[in-house]
Design a protein around this ligand. Structure first.
Ligand code: SF4
Length: 235
């Protein structure tokens, strides 16, 4: 069952990458610039959410040291997540206390590049040195100058990321969620390193085959059904 879901999501990752390459080609020919490349890692300090199917694709290809880093990262999340009282504080907490994705390598490259989820593939920066910046730390004047420098026809305003790639990524991600629901009767979505940890720790993909109740019980019993890290949709 999972193999079919993983194969499909991998095909859609490839399709998406082709579409993004085409979009970037058109954008640069019209004079635009995209500031993403190997070693440019600042967006890897943001929270990364994905479908459980995508997390499984990452989990099955990890080295031992990557798996160990994912466990350490999940442990850090578990110890701090109670401080997040709403989405805004969760995002700030992640940036300031949790830090970079555990799959980021020392040279700034992505250690799971071929399997990275839609949320990573879809972030295209139209501004240099803005990814990972804490917008709330800017003065009013700096915020105004930044917003005025954005191209509202291209970006997911008021961010500097390309809107078209984010919307398409979300659309394909939604398809992956829907397929999981059709097969299992429920879906699981959440923080990438945490979902990878859950697979290693609980063999969650096997537990999920026993249904919604069994999965909910396994997560609750172990105290791992944590807000912002796991979104469990059983309806
Ligand atoms: S999976 Fe790769 S691209 Fe995505 S946040 Fe982690 S290191 Fe960065």
């Amino acid at each position: 069952m999972w193999q079919g879901l993983k194969d499909k999501v991998r095909r859609e990752h490839t399709l998406f990458d082709d579409e993004v390459r085409g979009w970037i080609g058109g954008y640069t020919r019209s004079g635009g610039n995209i500031f993403c490349g190997k070693g440019c890692r600042e967006c890897c300090n943001l929270t990364v959410n994905c479908t459980f199917t995508e997390a499984l694709c990452v989990a099955e290809n990890l080295s031992e040291s990557q798996a160990a880093r994912a466990r350490e990262h999940a442990d850090l999340l578990r110890r701090h997540i109670h401080q997040a009282t709403d989405l805004k504080t969760y995002l700030r907490l992640h940036r300031q206390q949790i830090g970079f994705c555990p799959f980021l390598e020392e040279d700034g490259s992505c250690g799971v590049y071929g399997e990275r989820p839609f949320s990573c593939r879809s972030l295209l920066a139209t501004k240099e040195s803005r990814c990972g910046a804490d917008f709330s730390s800017l003065s009013g004047e700096e915020k105004r100058a930044f917003i005025e420098s954005l191209d509202p026809a291209v970006v997911a305003f008021p961010m500097h990321y390309v809107a078209a790639s984010q919307e398409r990524g979300q659309e394909l991600e939604y398809h992956a969620v829907r397929r999981m629901k059709e097969r299992l009767g429920f879906s699981l979505y959440g923080n990438l390193p945490f979902l990878v940890f859950l697979e290693g720790h609980l063999r969650l993909s096997t537990v999920m085959l026993d249904g919604y109740e069994a999965t909910a019980m396994a997560l609750e019993r172990t105290g791992l059904l944590l807000p912002y890290l796991v979104t469990f949709d059983g309806l």
